[in-house]
Write a protein of this length. Structure first.
Ligand code: TRP
Length: 371
């Protein structure tokens, strides 16, 4: 029997049923008309929209209305800096960069070094603040515009956030956050306050620019509880409700589950030596048969294959070639060894290039962090 689905900001386990999540969370699917609209605005449809990786939203249509009406629009996303980044973290950032390019929008990027300190017993503030700067290298390497990207360390920039956080906190009761996040009497009081901090970047651009900005948050769907809370109080504080566009999780290389730093053998970290990443791929869980003979006869099953998932999510841009790959797998023509070796090559190439850009980012940090 499969494990029960749990999706909260601090835990994702079991098999994730995205249809059910949309129902539970009360979000909307990204429909064909919305996709057509994005294709028209961007000139093409990004891989992550074409393939349903971003699949759900709140008020994305309204955000596009604001953009098309010439109103100011902005972007907000973030990262909990508790360790090195892996490809699952980069996935929504690639799409966020696409949004920045298309909409020429400012991005506020929050590093929740406070949150990660509060919830991980073993991490010190030096650790989490240190990861803020390490993870910022990854963010910069994705290619964001230094003139339009503002990284926030909650710990180091608290003076820029505190006034807004207080205004949020004053309007949210304990019973509300208890219901939304499932807090209990044994949680520390820091984490109970923390949702106010995560709400702040929804409004900070409006304060900085002195007029209301329509903000869109591209992020994995586990963060949605924060936005339910924030949307409830935004108008009371005189701001627009933030809009969201929700992503699925990148699977890990093992059997079932999302890519997770707590299972390093099934995660590809951006700082993995390319050869190490290649080895992880060669050990990945696939949809292959027990023997080559069987696979030639019966074919493989891409629908359960993590290697296929990597082509699908990231490493095969060309839809036609992706379909061919799927077909060759199902027909038994393509065996797992060859398929994995090709992916390993692509991942190595990606990592070499990414790591070069990541090192170059070291002396650009100042340009990206908020003052
Ligand atoms: N809480 C998020 C995490 O643990 C980090 C985060 C802060 C975030 N603000 C965000 C993620 C906005 C997405 C969008 O990863």
């Amino acid at each position: 029997m499969s494990e029960e689905m749990v999706v909260t900001p601090w835990k994702v386990s079991g098999e994730v049923n995205y249809e059910r999540l949309m129902e539970q969370f009360g979000t909307k699917p990204i429909t064909k008309p919305l996709l057509d609209r994005m294709r028209r605005i961007a000139g093409y449809l990004h891989l992550q929209l074409r393939r349903g990786i971003f699949f759900s939203h709140r008020d994305f249509d309204w955000w596009l209305d604001m953009y098309e009406a010439g109103q100011p629009v902005g972007l907000y996303t973030g990262r909990g800096p508790s360790g090195p980044c892996h490809l699952g973290h980069l996935l929504p950032w690639f799409f966020t960069k696409h949004l920045q390019d298309v909409f020429d929008a400012h991005l506020y990027f929050q590093m929740t070094d406070d949150e990660k300190y509060l919830i991980h017993p073993e991490l010190t503030l030096e650790d989490t603040v240190g990861y803020t700067y390490e993870n910022a290298l990854d963010l910069i390497a994705v290619g964001f515009d230094p003139e339009k990207t503002h990284i926030i360390s909650n710990v180091n920039h608290v003076h820029r956030l505190y006034r807004l956080a207080l205004q949020v906190a004053k309007h949210v009761t304990y019973s509300t956050v208890k219901a939304i996040f499932g807090f209990t009497d044994s949680d520390n009081i820091g984490i109970i306050w923390f949702p106010a901090m995560q709400a702040v970047p929804c409004f900070i651009q409006s304060i900085i620019e002195g007029h209301n900005v329509a903000v869109l948050i591209p992020a994995a769907i586990d963060q949605d509880p924060y936005w339910r809370m924030t949307r409830d109080i935004a108008e009371k504080l005189g701001f627009y409700k933030p809009a969201q566009i929700h992503a699925k999780f990148l699977p890990g290389l093992g059997r079932g589950g999302k890519m997770s730093a707590s299972m390093p053998e099934t995660a590809i970290f951006t700082i993995d030596p390319p050869e190490v990443a290649a080895r992880k791929i060669m050990n990945a869980y696939t949809g292959g048969r027990a023997t080559a003979e069987e696979q030639r006869r019966l074919g493989g099953d891409p629908s359960i294959c993590t290697v296929y998932a990597y082509y699908y999510y990231l490493f095969e841009e060309d839809d036609k070639r992706l379909r061919e790959l799927e077909h060759r797998c199902r027909s038994g023509e393509l065996l797992c060894g060859e398929c994995k070796a090709e992916l390993a090559e692509r991942v190595k190439r990606f990592l070499r290039d990414f790591q070069r850009r990541r090192e170059k980012a070291r002396n650009q940090l100042d340009r990206f962090f908020l003052e």
